[in-house]
Write a protein that binds this ligand. Structure first.
Ligand SMILES: [Zn+2]
Length: 151
């Protein structure tokens, strides 16, 4: 009957958005945030429906940064909690996922289908390199982050 839909304010930008009976919205037309009751209850936890935590998304919005672009720590924590994430750097998409065959974490260049393996997420965080530079130092140049989409 449509009674389950409600209009509320986006938790990030206060734009009016429509949520379903679970408190979830489509991407906010103004800021891109995916509204989530769970994010609201756990504003410091990244990776719930968006990779940034709610509190970081609010900070980013207030600084003119995309609400869907995760900082490196939120990105790593999302991998830890939920697995299978991706980022875009220099117009190239990279996936981070568990490699079952090797029992290691894989950094996959999705376009080139090349992968590097890491022993664990700490190893990845400290040592992952792209074109000879540490990923953690390159992170400011990342232009998109997401849960891993179809490769
Ligand atoms: Zn919004």
């Amino acid at each position: 009957m449509g009674k389950t839909k409600r209009i509320v304010k986006c938790d990030v930008c206060k734009n009016m958005i429509e949520i379903d009976q679970y408190g979830n919205s489509n991407a906010c037309a103004n800021c891109g945030w995916l509204q989530s009751e769970e994010s609201y209850q756990h504003p410091n936890i990244p990776g719930i429906r968006n990779i940034p935590s709610l509190n970081n998304a609010i900070k980013q919005y207030n600084n003119g940064v995309s609400t869907t672009l995760a900082n490196f720590n939120d990105f790593i924590e999302t991998y830890n909690n939920y697995g299978e994430v991706e980022f875009t750097l220099n117009n190239t998409r990279y996936g981070v996922l568990y490699d079952d065959d090797n029992k290691k974490i894989a950094l996959l260049n999705i376009q080139a289908n090349e992968k590097q393996l890491f022993n664990d997420i700490h190893d990845f965080k400290q040592n992952a390199k792209i074109n000879g530079k540490l990923l953690k130092d390159l992170w400011d140049n990342v232009t998109a982050t997401d849960f891993l989409q179809e490769t």
